[in-house]
Design a protein around this ligand. Structure first.
Ligand code: B12
Ligand SMILES: Nc1nc2c(ncn2[C@@H]2O[C@H](COP(=O)(O)OP(=O)(O)OP(=O)(O)O)[C@@H](O)[C@H]2O)c(=O)[nH]1
Ligand SMILES: [Mg+2]
Length: 412
């Protein structure tokens, strides 16, 4: 048995890593992320050039054990303090902050930073093995008391409890029970499950849909639940969906990453409970749930079986390189998805793909409309049309004409 397996904790440690604002030195943290995940840790990476407020929001919503910052361009004394102070101000001062930055953080700096609340600094020359072992020892065993958190942290903690319980193979707690947010729902959200092959652009599309939600709805909130696979051998994961989420840097967005932790359904075993928690909080108008990249037989949102589906509607996202007409016949979700998007319409194969997918949908005789999107392009009219279709189904506000205004979704 490998060392990684013997040291694997029952409940994976969750760490948020990021590089501070005005700093593009991301190669150190990228290497460290991979090493942490290789040793059974779940890493939520936020990216480089990150504001303290974005790091704090993510730490709270992800309910992480610890925040790790990698800082090279100076300003670390002020920046680490700002993160610690903002966490404390928002009632999450229990989340420790540590980091590194080669030779740019001196021993003298470290003394000041520790006085200001930073937990520890790793200096140049420390081996990856030493760091991983210390991180597991210092932060993996942090007892998480059922403290009385408020707001997003309370929601986040309820989801953490659901994750832990589903890992221990007990029935996940339903919303409203101890440790959760026991509030009478103020509004009923519309829940959309987003599935599709790995790399089709689900996360990018969700981010663009988020921007439309924020623009069309001046006061509402949206929740995003992003499922990503755990490594089958180590149990670790790099939960990377958050890194491409530009528009989620807004207090009206609640973003939570979930590792599958051995569940092979396309969702974490805790996803149904997490959806319930978000629904019952009464906070959200729209909830988008992203599955891991799925295959031909997959049905993560249980829309094809006899039982009740997990979501109100399903969006299936394809990229133009799915194979050919035969492959389209084999994809089970094309038969049941309420909404289908062909993303990456900037790809040369998109024209043929649109014709083939539309022909496949026509066989279903369910009046399924194919939305042609280019999520990598901001203000894409195809994404506007897709958002309008979702909004119409969910009775959400949308500016007039959105559904008609589509260039990439024009008739062939
Ligand atoms: C590689 C590098 C670059 C690459 C960055 C590539 C990338 N995508 O990351 C490139 C060439 C692009 C670059 C550009 C610049 N760089 Co540069 N760069 C470096 C260099 C040589 C190495 C940094 C590194 O990645 N080390 C590898 C890591 C793994 O090792 P380490 O740093 O020793 O880290 C240890 C611990 O600190 C710990 N650790 C680090 N982070 C974290 C995080 C966590 C969570 C944990 C647990 C541990 C941990 O892990 C390691 C354990 O051994 C340093 C010099 C140096 N020796 O530090 C300069 C350096 C950081 N760069 C510097 C500068 C000035 C720049 C530029 C401004 C140059 C310019 N004028 O354009 C730009 C800015 C770029 C930007 N957008 O921010 C200066 C910063 C000076 C300062 N702060 O006062 C340095 C110190 C060089 C120098 N002596 O002048 N740079
Ligand atoms: N050319 C092009 N690239 C896109 C488009 N949409 C997304 N991408 C890119 O495709 C890659 C994968 O996008 P993601 O949004 O991470 O895909 P995903 O389906 O969420 O991937 P998984 O979660 O890993 O299954 C990224 O590099 C995106 O920038 C698009 O419309 N056109
Ligand atoms: Mg994704």
């Amino acid at each position: 048995m490998s060392a990684a397996k013997t040291t694997r904790p029952t409940v994976p440690l969750r760490i948020l890593t990021a590089v501070p604002v005005c700093d593009g030195h991301d190669s150190a943290v990228t290497t460290i992320n991979i090493e942490l995940a290789r040793h059974g840790i779940e890493v939520i990476y936020l990216g480089y050039h990150q504001a303290a407020s974005a790091i704090v929001r993510a730490a709270i919503q992800e309910d992480v054990n610890v925040v790790g910052l990698s800082s090279y361009n100076g300003g670390h004394i002020v920046f680490f303090k700002e993160v610690v102070d903002q966490l404390t101000k928002l009632g999450s001062g229990d989340i420790p902050v540590f980091g590194g930055g080669g030779g740019t953080i001196t021993k003298a700096d470290e003394r000041v930073m520790k006085r200001q609340g930073t937990d520890c600094i790793y200096f140049a020359g420390t081996s990856l093995d030493t760091m991983v072992a210390e991180i597991k020892r210092n932060y993996g065993l942090v007892a998480k008391p059922r403290a009385r958190f408020k707001g997003d942290r309370a929601l986040a903690r309820a989801i953490t409890i659901a994750e832990t319980e589903s890992l221990e193979a007990r029935r996940p707690r339903r919303a409203g029970s101890a440790g959760e947010v026991a509030r009478a729902p103020k509004k009923k959200p519309f829940v959309v499950g987003v599935a599709g092959p790995g790399g089709a652009g689900k996360s990018t599309l969700i981010d663009e849909l988020t921007s439309r939600f924020l623009r069309n709805n001046s006061a509402g909130r949206i929740a995003l639940l992003a499922n990503d696979p755990s490594h089958p051998d180590t149990g670790g994961a790099i939960l990377g969906d958050r890194v491409s989420a530009i528009y989620s840097q807004d207090d009206r967005v609640f973003f939570r990453s979930l590792a599958t932790r051995g569940s092979l359904t396309g969702l974490s075993a805790a996803a149904p409970a997490a959806i319930d928690i978000l629904k019952n909080s009464g906070e959200f108008d729209l909830i988008l749930v992203e599955s891991v990249g799925v295959g031909q037989e997959s049905d993560p949102f249980r829309i094809l079986g006899k039982g009740p589906p997990l979501v109100d509607a399903t969006l299936f996202v394809l990229a133009p390189y799915y194979g050919g007409r035969i492959q389209l016949q084999k994809i089970a979700l094309l038969a049941g998805a309420d909404l289908v998007a062909l993303n990456k319409c900037d790809h040369p194969m998109a024209h043929t793909a649109r014709a083939e997918i539309q022909a496949r949908l026509d066989q279903n005789s369910k009046n399924q409309k194919l939305h042609a999107t280019t999520a990598a392009k901001h203000f894409d009219l195809g994404v506007d049309a897709l958002f309008a279709a979702i909004a119409r189904r969910g009775h959400l506000p949308v500016s007039a004409g959105g559904e008609k205004a589509c260039s990439t979704a024009d008739p062939l």
